[in-house]
Design a protein around this ligand. Structure first.
Ligand SMILES: Cc1cc2nc3c(=O)[nH]c(=O)nc-3n(C[C@H](O)[C@H](O)[C@H](O)COP(=O)(O)OP(=O)(O)OC[C@H]3O[C@@H](n4cnc5c(N)ncnc54)[C@H](O)[C@@H]3O)c2cc1C
Length: 451
């Protein structure tokens, strides 16, 4: 990086997980001193097992490494171009996993720990920050993750004025529109209600016969379930958003009289037959969804995260106290790679602040820009309208702005259709992202993009 100058102002980073480790690397790489505070091993979280930095608490996968067709693969590529330590350590500790990037977790964490330990501008302090960071820390990144220790979580709750930062949350799946079979499904709002901002045909409805409903409920009840760990048993469900299997356990007809009720809807493909139940949820045998492609699967986990669109500014600073910047899963992204990528951006912003320099945001067309847009702009609010609508998200092409002129033809001049069209769109979005990122790096960071 050219134009480096050292600064006497240190950046304090709290939490040396995926996000905090990447943030520390970026800040130090910009020539600014870092003090990295990690509470392990003195105090452990409920999921971490080691004292290593950037410990992977569950799977060892960074998911797809395909930068051409897959949004998380694209995020990998963008991070590599920005000199990411997390990606460098992952690449160096790769284990065979087909098209995915999976790592030897111990080697990966050891590589990150060593790189940060060895950096002359980084000091690692092993202690819990058990309240708001001291007032004389003027440039702070809080990256304490979904399992933030209780005293710090309480202090954050107090200054953000939010009732709850953690709950078991059921996350709705997201299905690619193109992949739904509209010869079985149809658009209609219940009772054709137009509502504020609607058209009367705002939902995609997938009908079920009695047999299909019974099969669905049986499969749901028989499905494999995750056991709660001890520390999870006291965390409540977010009751506006119960997992579907929890509802089904309350009675065979509960779903049919609840979210899957078939009233106020008429199937234009078969108007005289009343559906027994109607769903918009994933099951391989739900008519219309056999070939559905999912941008996000439904899920359930304990999570501590901020209502970021309301609380954070575009540079991830707490509006109420801008010396505090947030990064990682706490900001409402989901996943190892996404957490590290937001750490990367928080690091770049904090380093720019320390050097009294301005940093333009990454283009909205990039994976980094799209994810930041979701976090600080709350893109999803328009989809999940209602209370507490901001939900953690993996990176996916649904977060990217649409293409100005989507591809319509194959190289041989024939028309693109169905799946080919979706693939061509993703590829065009990826190409646009990388070329816009390179321009941003050259203009804003004065770094020669890696080949
Ligand atoms: C149980 C569980 C399983 C998950 N499994 C996966 C998975 O398989 N794949 C995936 O992609 N994502 C998974 N995630 C989601 C997410 O990607 C990870 O949690 C990821 O580690 C988040 O990165 P982070 O940097 O935000 O937080 P972390 O990596 O958790 O880092 C936070 C760090 O802050 C430290 N800390 C906390 N409080 C304090 C404090 N007060 N003072 C000092 N240090 C503190 C912690 O010790 C930790 O080292 C999982 C999450 C959980 C909770």
């Amino acid at each position: 990086m050219t134009g480096i100058k050292t600064s006497s102002e240190s950046v304090h980073i709290v939490g040396a997980g995926l996000a905090g480790s990447e943030a520390a690397w970026q800040v130090a790489h910009a020539g600014v001193r870092v003090i990295l505070h990690e509470m392990r091993p003195g105090r452990m979280t409920e999921a971490h097992r080691t004292d290593g930095l950037a410990e992977l608490v569950c799977s060892n996968s960074f998911r797809s490494d395909d930068a051409v067709n897959n949004a998380v693969g694209l995020l990998h590529a963008e991070m590599r171009r920005l000199g990411s330590l997390i990606m460098r350590a992952a690449d160096a500790n790769q284990v065979p996993a087909g098209g995915a990037l999976a790592v030897d977790r111990d080697g990966f964490s050891a590589a990150v720990t060593r790189a940060l330990d060895d950096h002359p501008l980084i000091e690692i302090q092993r202690a819990e920050i058990d309240g708001l960071p001291p007032a004389d820390w003027r440039n702070v990144i809080v990256a304490t993750g979904p399992l933030t220790s209780a005293p710090l979580a309480a202090a954050i709750r107090e200054i953000t004025d939010e009732d709850a930062l953690a709950f078991f949350d059921a996350i709705a799946p997201i299905v690619h529109r193109d992949s739904i079979d509209m010869s079985a499904a149809w658009f209609q709002s219940r009772y054709d209600k137009v509502g504020p901002g609607g058209t009367g045909a705002d939902y995609i409805n997938c009908p079920m016969t009695r047999e299909q409903y019974d099969g669905f409920v049986d499969a749901l009840m028989a499905g494999e379930k995750t056991d709660f760990k001890d520390w999870e048993t006291n965390t409540p469900y977010f009751d506006g958003c119960l997992p579907i299997e929890v509802m089904a356990e309350r009675g065979r007809e509960t779903l049919r009289h609840g979210p899957m009720k078939p009233v106020g809807l008429t199937n234009p493909h078969d108007p005289t037959v009343k559906a027994y139940a109607i769903v918009q949820l994933r099951q391989d045998n739900i008519p219309g969804l056999e070939n559905a492609e999912f941008a996000r699967l439904g899920g359930l986990h304990r999570n501590t995260f901020l209502n970021s669109p309301k609380l954070l500014d575009a540079q991830l600073r707490l509006r109420a106290e801008p010396r505090l910047r947030f990064a990682g899963q706490m900001t409402g992204c989901e996943g190892y790679v996404e957490s590290a990528s937001i750490g990367l951006m928080a690091g770049l912003y904090a380093a720019a602040d320390a050097r009294s320099a301005a940093l333009a945001p990454p283009p909205a067309t990039t994976a980094l820009g799209s994810l930041l847009g979701h976090i600080t702009g709350g893109h999803i609010e328009t989809i999940d309208a209602g209370q507490r609508s901001f939900q953690p998200m993996n990176i996916n092409f649904g977060l990217f702005p649409p293409l100005a002129s989507p591809p319509t033809k194959k190289p041989d001049g024939t028309r693109l259709r169905g799946n080919d069209k979706t693939i061509a769109k993703k590829q065009a979005m990826s190409a646009r992202a990388l070329s816009d990122l390179d321009r941003w790096i050259a203009d804003s960071l004065h770094v020669a993009a890696a080949a």
